[in-house]
Design a protein around this ligand. Structure first.
Ligand code: NDP
Length: 282
């Protein structure tokens, strides 16, 4: 699997397994094991997914060495608001059965995010995290950290899929050397993007599934793709995207699918709520 290099030199596999909405227990343990057995070396979880413990077990049971795996987790909004980053990070490490993570992110740009970011910089400087970043941060939120004179995030994990391509924010980040990771790359659990006739048509040309076409498209855009599945056959299928390249015409067709419709929460709503809470607190 292709790899990207984060601004501090950390290498990140460009395709990772996501485990959002994967229940804690056998389902997550198996997904992680199947992925690692198939050749994935990148797992993306979060405190709020309540499955960090199962991710830790899956990693242990896979027999793949911890240092060969790129492991991400995220600081939950409730812990950012409660100014509880130190305890929350400690608990994540315990749940994951590890003494470091490869990437730690602020999950959403809620109130007290700047304070949380300062803690994350401390964890990084203490050597407990290999790379640090944010998720669902808009340009405004990144510039806020810049104005505070703080280290810029090395990664921003944001929504992007064929119907919500999010190109402007991706370009803004990439121009600043911030690696972009895309969430709900296939349109999310319960979505219908993979039914799109254009994806089927492109897939038929290469004997690939719509999911493989979408993952290939993301890879060619230079972003990190976090795809989730609870099925072993799909986990393997999603990794099998290295033996074809979408040509210019396909890439143009993919671009034309954009409808600017999100599948998930709009970060701006979260930011506006945070502003209100902070104004009331003063
Ligand atoms: P995805 O876009 O990865 O889509 C997952 C859905 O696609 C599931 O229903 C899955 O079904 C289905 N699927 C997967 N592979 C195939 C395939 N080959 N063929 C057909 N269907 C397939 O959704 P997510 O929302 O989970 O996003 C991916 C990851 O991004 C998350 O797991 C999480 O790690 C991260 N994320 C981060 C967020 C953030 O705020 N930072 C927000 C949302 C997600 P099934 O499981 O039944 O196989």
């Amino acid at each position: 699997m292709n790899k990207l290099t984060i601004s501090n030199g950390t290498v990140i596999p460009q395709l990772g397994l996501g485990v959002f909405k994967n229940p804690d227990g056998e389902s997550t343990v198996n997904a992680v094991k199947w992925a690692l057995e198939a050749g994935y070396r990148h797992i993306d979880t979060a405190t709020v997914y309540h499955n960090e413990a199962s991710v830790g077990i899956g990693i242990k049971e896979s027999g793949v060495k911890r240092e060969d795996i790129f492991l991400t987790t995220k600081l939950a909004s409730s812990d950012v608001r409660a100014r509880n980053a130190v305890e929350a990070f400690k608990k994540s490490l315990e749940e994951l059965q590890t003494d470091y993570v490869d990437l730690y992110l602020i999950h959403w740009p809620v109130e007290y995010r700047v304070e949380a970011w300062k803690h994350i910089i401390d964890f990084y400087n203490e050597g407990k995290i290999r790379a640090i970043g944010v998720s669902n941060f808009t340009r405004e939120c990144i510039e806020e950290l810049e104005k505070e004179g703080l280290m810029l995030p090395m990664v921003n994990q944001i929504e992007s899929n064929p119907y919500f391509q999010n190109d402007e924010l991706i370009k803004y980040c990439q121009d600043r050397g911030i690696v972009v990771e895309v969430w709900s790359p296939l349109g999310g659990t319960g979505g219908s993007i993979l039914e799109d006739e254009v994806l089927k048509e492109i897939g038929a040309k290469y004997n690939k599934s719509p999911a493989q076409v979408v993952i290939r498209w993301h890879l060619q855009r230079g972003v990190v793709v976090l795809a989730k599945s609870t099925h072993q056959n799909r986990i393997i299928e999603n990794l099998n995207v290295e033996d074809f390249t979408l040509d210019e015409e396909d890439m143009a067709k993919m671009k034309s699918l954009n409808r600017n419709t999100r599948t998930g929460r709009d970060p701006q709503v979260v930011i506006d709520e945070a502003k209100k809470v902070m104004a009331e607190a003063q």
